[in-house]
Design a binder for this molecule. Sequence first.
Ligand code: TXA
Ligand code: MG
Length: 332
Amino acid sequence: MNDPGSMVQTDRLSPDEAGLARAATLLRQGRLVAFPTETVYGLGADATDASAVAGIYAAKDRPRFNPLIAHVDGLKAAQEQGVFEDAALRLADAFWPGPLTLVVPVAPGGTVCDLARAGLDSVGLRVPSHPVARALLSAVGRPVAAPSANRSGRVSPTTAAHVLADLDGRIDAVLDGGSADVGVESTIVACLDGTIRLLRPGGVSREAIAQVIGGIGKVLTEDDNHADAPLAPGMLASHYAPRARVRRDVAEIMPGEAALLFGPMRPRHAERAVASLNLSPTGDLREAAAALFSALRALDQPGLATIAVAPIPEAGLGEAINDRLRRAAAER
Ligand code: TXA
Ligand code: MG
């Protein structure tokens, strides 16, 4: 399912007991289910299953891997995934459930997959207030990754009909919970390294956030990056890049390089590679997308100078895979 071109039947589910149970089962099986939140409809997938998360990108035709928000049913589930220090706890306490996403360090034992976090050591978590979303998340019992349920480049959907206009035949189901009433996405606040930073304005205002953290800090924005020196460089970049250099589209492995392969073809002198991983020996782009970030991390060992990457076709999910590799090759 969800291969570009292969259509699936999209079930319309009512938010009653049977509909919720069906939606939860589909999500637990790695399928894609759109569901209402108080901001916009989200396109949900099991956040712990990289192949399911890759399906989100395929269905949306999204040419880039960004970290996705993992939706959970309460603070307890959120704390299994992320580390909540004072500021994050206060914000969660004040605004959850509701249109606030908190970006916090990944908790030891956190299960949100690398692809959903775009390889970062932080995780974006949100507890939506919409009753249908809450019931669904409780039934799933796992974090659910969900960007807005629209094709890339289209407006965010606030009704099940909007979702179907974009994604009918590309996702397994939509849970119809009427119209989303906020209409703008959640506010995103990063609580990392002792700073509190507004990453995206949204349903909760900056003033409301500033008031809650009043005694303990100041709300920075992306523009304050340079003004506030003590930030570790790259800490807040929302894109993971390996430390080693990345060389793309290689036909030959050079001495000392690690090899990131794709499909059955082997580059010349593959035996020179100090380490080698294949994103998908059969050349399946979805499998490759699911494996990308963990493979980069596994190869990116201290002392390694270069990761040599075999050619990856630019079709379908290949576009997002190549986008990330291109940036990793350039970000030096
Ligand atoms: O209202 C919403 O938040 C909607 C509904 C469906 O809940 N969801 C939504 O999700 O907008 P999404 O996945 O499109 O939001 C992703 C954005 C990223 O582009 C990034 O800005 C931020 O969330 N984000 C998530 N995790 C992050 C992380 N670890 N570090 C930095 N930014 C992160
Ligand atoms: Mg969106």
